[in-house]
Design a protein around this ligand. Structure first.
Ligand code: GMT
Length: 377
């Protein structure tokens, strides 16, 4: 199949899922065209089956806001015609589903019928899409998609609750490539560089937005390091990072916290991590947690959104109410208290992650694509 993938190219779950999906589809022989405003961060190499088309938005002094949707839909039209693309898969409803629908209509005018699959990722529904200024356009473009998927049952329920959706929504969860962890020889363990042998390593990875509740992470770690020797790895960048550094300084724990910034070495960091923290306000799935579990890392998370669908309470880690940092710290110490308990949680985390291996999830997308393309044949 010839598939166009539209996504955000930056660090963030939806772009990561879209990129990894495209790369795996390409490995399976499909022709993949990434169409976005810069090369996706996880798209290191282009190959004969992987193409990247940049969307350029010409600036003009009259524009207060640059019309990205317009440029994106025009690019989609041009690329569909040039490469005879058979399907559009847009990730994140805003504004991709809207731009995709416009492209569909323009192409229809020229006698080309192309199906569009929209994948809902989370904040496009829960935080941003639900804003009254966006809601009519988001509702419209979801309903005009040929097929709609959501990354968790919780996100599906939330979408149906918040919007007037007439389409069936299929749940296709986030995935990880487990083989990569076993087979990548470049992932040597650098644990000794980061921490002493007796210190537990605790990690958080995100884009440091408010929704991630970064101060909660510092609070949980503060309680942990009072009881046991530990280090905290803070990976990522975003609006809450500076405040987090300040809080660590105020609490006198800056020497125990390493701020990495955005990193392409997530696998390396996770390979020596003992515990992952994700106390988010809302999380449609929690890809970062799954990526950690794939490295046998147990999770302390909130119980919001889709997190209970990936982190199983008392098995792969623990879940607590949003903001209950005291309980989260107690649970973290339960996991970290001795090597035997930690080992059990690690094994469980990996076993649950296996369910989300790309080998199990990718065929669900392929089936959907076939259905979508066949409806226009
Ligand atoms: O988590 C983020 O802040 C990034 C965000 C995105 O849209 O890129 O991630 C969302 O999509 C991921 C992939 O489907 C999900 O695993 C994340 O849970 C979801 N984030 C939220 O719902 C906050």
């Amino acid at each position: 199949m010839k598939i166009a993938i539209v996504c955000y190219p930056t660090f963030g779950g939806s772009g990561v899922v879209a990129t990894e999906l495209g790369l795996e589809l390409a490995r399976r022989g499909h022709e993949i065209h990434f169409i976005t405003y810069s090369q996706p961060v996880r798209l290191a190499l282009l190959s004969p089956n992987v193409h990247y088309h940049e969307v350029n938005v010409p600036e003009y002094p009259l524009f207060h806001y640059q019309p990205y949707e317009l440029a994106l839909s025009s690019k989609l039209v041009d690329m569909v015609k040039l490469y005879k693309i058979e399907l559009l898969h847009v990730h994140y409803a805003i504004p991709h589903a809207y731009a995709g629908y416009m492209a569909k209509q323009m192409l229809k005018d020229e006698g080309i019928n192309i199906p569009m699959v929209t994948t809902l990722h989370g904040t496009d529904i829960t935080l941003v899409g639900n804003h009254p200024f966006y809601k009519p356009a988001v509702t419209f473009s979801i309903n005009k998609s040929d097929y709609v998927t959501s990354v968790s049952q919780s996100l599906k329920d939330e979408t149906l609750k918040l919007f007037n959706i007439k389409k069936e929504i299929e749940v296709i969860p986030n995935f990880i490539e487990l083989d990569k962890n076993v087979n990548d020889p470049t992932i040597a363990c650098h644990r000794s560089v980061m921490a002493k042998a007796n210190e537990r390593i605790i990690t958080h990875i995100s884009n440091f937005r408010k929704v991630k509740r970064i101060p909660d992470i510092i609070k949980i770690f503060y309680s942990i390091q009072k009881e046991i020797p530990a280090k905290l790895m803070m990976v990522g960048d975003g609006p809450e990072k500076e405040k987090a550094e300040y809080l660590c300084q105020k609490l006198g724990i800056l020497d125990k916290v390493i701020f990495f910034g955005n990193s392409n070495e997530i696998d390396k960091i996770l390979s020596y991590t003992d515990l992952f923290l994700l106390p988010s306000e809302t999380e449609s799935f929690g890809l970062a947690a799954l990526e950690a579990m794939a490295w046998s890392v147990p999770i302390i998370s909130s119980n919001s959104g889709g997190l209970p669908e990936v982190n199983f309470d008392g098995i792969s880690g623990y879940l607590s109410d949003v903001g209950n940092t005291d309980e989260m710290a107690v649970n973290a110490l339960k996991i970290l208290k001795d090597d035997e308990t930690l080992k059990k949680f690690k094994e469980n985390a990996l076993n649950i992650a296996k369910k989300f291996d790309i080998k199990n999830i990718l065929p669900l997308y392929e089936e959907l694509y076939k259905k979508a393309i066949n409806q226009y044949v």
